[in-house]
Design a protein around this ligand. Sequence first.
Ligand code: BZD
Length: 838
Amino acid sequence: MTSLIPPGCPTVLTEDDRTGTSVETLRRAFMDNLFFVQGRFPEVATKNDHYLALAYTVRDRLLLRWLNSAKTYRDQFSRTVCYLSAEFLLGPHLGNNLINLGLYDAVAEAMQQTGLDLNVLLDQEEEPGLGNGGLGRLAACYMDSLATLEIPAIGYGIRYEYGIFDQEIRDGWQVEITDKWLRYGNPWEIARPEITLPVKFGGSTYSYTDDQGRYRVVWQPHQMVQGIAYDTPILGYKVNTANLLRLWRAEAIESFDFQAFNTGDYYGAVNEKIASENITKVLYPNDEQLQGKELRLMQQYFLCSCALQDMIRLYLQCSSDLTRFHHKFTVQLNDTHPAISVAELMRLLVDEHLLPWDTAWDITRQTFAYTNHTLLPEALEKWPLPLFGSLLPRHLQIIYEINQRFLDQVRLAYPGDQERLARLSIIDESECRYVRMANLACVGSHAINGVAALHSELLKQTVLRDFYELTPEKFSNKTNGVTPRRWMVLSNPGLTRLISNHIGEDWIKHLDQLRRLEPLAEDAGFAAEWHAVKHKNKVRLAEYIQQRVGISVDPSSIFDILVKRIHEYKRQHLCVLNIITLYQRLKDHPNLDITPHTFIFGGKAAPGYYKAKLIIKLINSVAEVVNTDPTVADRLKVVFLPDYNVTCGQRVYPAADLSEQISTAGYEASGTGNMKFALNGALTIGTLDGANVEIREEVGAENFFLFGNTVEQLQEIWRNGYRPWEIANNNPMLKRVLDLISCGHFSHGDTELFRPIVEHLWQNDRYCLLADYQSYVDCQEQATRLYRDQKQWVKMSILNVARMGKFSSDRAIREYCEDIWRVQPVHVPLADTSYIAQ
Ligand code: BZD
């Protein structure tokens, strides 16, 4: 193990204390932190003390790289990517940082010498759940890749006091528990109370002409809060680059408190404080009732205002010429949640920094790019005008101005086309009036992208069609990717070792190199090792299931896994229909020779989404019956893993045989779980939806279980009048399955409980479960039959992994860098600690 400090370099702190990486140094630094940071003797230290002492030991080693990165960027005034996202679903830091530092084995050894088990300490970490699902996790994978590729980047987000709720299952139902992730402190962040920025809300505006004849607008807010920065270093894999994740927490501004206090309104002052702090209190779940939630709009604006003010602050430290702002910063809008940034940057440039409108508009458009993550029309954000105007009166004026100028251009391009004008307008004038955030994002950005090839095509044909026709050159596709560091190296050490033993370690940074595994797919010895790794991972998951939910599952059965947020379009209930079909077959033919099958589900439902919660209840109800029926005799098992999160995902993906990616074609923008499964050697059963299409293209149609109607076929079905009841009446097994649910077989005789689900399937079936049912059941049978031929299955598994190189987030980030951000890597030189002395 080499020291980070070059020989001969004068050290102020001894290298051993903060930067050393030998086992002995790590062990000593850990003991030191246990004593001086945690204030504990080894005899009385708890697991959490041990975890924190280790976290601080690791953090010291991060800080060295972080400060060097910051210094390098500052010295070079490096072009920087700012990733603006209301969510960053990071997952636990400790293991990931150990992997990226290359210190995992050394620390494991140091802990062992101290009589501790690193795995136990890793389990102590409470993950920051600052995201709902795919969108937030994508932001985290992208931060990892940006640092690994040595791209200067800042992630800007919100430091929610409560992240996504913890899920408990009681009597089969989801119960939401608040996520107090900060309860025991967060060793990975550094508070920056000196980086504090004011954010205004409400009030009114007035205008005047200043003494230089300039038209000026002043916003007199009703409320003012301050954003305080909390910084977390994001280290790249085996590089010196550590980028910044800057999350903002809202706080009352003291002078406001005192004002109220002095007028004798003490409780008013306290209320003001509470109201301010509420802004970053809780992450909103991704349900559809978000529109109209004032606090949500406040959160969004708070994030954007803090982030943009911070960028301008950093810019002005090095240059006073704001007209070149977009040369220093390129800002990616992660969906429309931060789209109000477009109006905020205009406000800051025009009102506060006195730039002419046209100059400011040029800068703004060249600064922003927008990623869309959904095709669901009801999920497109829009804010009622009265709400928007009362909270952000100046922004509404700015949006009107942007819109007027934009619509003038549209009129020139499409004379007389009033309908198109109405569709393109940032203001929805139908019924009650709204601000359409996707329109604002499109108008204010120089680039717009979808997150998988199919999704990007459908965007152009559906929700963003008019924008595509107007400015086709802005549109591109950037297929999502996932980081192999967390999703293979950290979570699947067995597979990582096996692969690296055969092709070296380059694949971890250059995932295309996995191709070199292809010839090994025919190698019996390699296949046997591959199988052994998967089996071991399955045994580990089986133990976890036993301990977590008390269900014993057979690691030799096929592990068929569906983990993701619960939503009707993701069709968890289609999987349930297949389970009931298998159950019914076993009841009809008790001696039927079926492949022993373990179905594993996991995922949270938005608290306000009743149908999704009912689907969880249905899964658990079916599990209860199937798992205890003596006729089934352990050949079928159904498990619902509570509180699915990143930590749980790290256990689940490596243990999967079959990955369920069964959304209705045209609804899943991309999916990223599909990539994590395939990278860990699971075969996919899926529809032609989102990135499934590209995964199948890469791994080969013969190594992918495809079923279901395509987007075009579904369009045809709806055009001809979709009649799900006819499908059910003409398919005896399907009808029996639906009837079995309706008659209360899984609900202790209650015939009402699941009626909302079953009735919807009979009568409307928006997500076409019945249209895809038979194809799915047949495909499932084909997959499970093939599973009996382990030689063939393992070969397909190896080929899947070998051909998944495209789905690294490194590839995705390289594409963003080249096509959208036009940003180059900046090498951070090996640790120079000399300035620590200054
Ligand atoms: O984004 C998801 C899509 O559904 C996936 O198909 C895609 O792979 C990922 C990443 O691109 N979208 C979300 O996860 N969306 C949210 O979590 C969300 C959060 C708040 C409000 C609305 C949606």
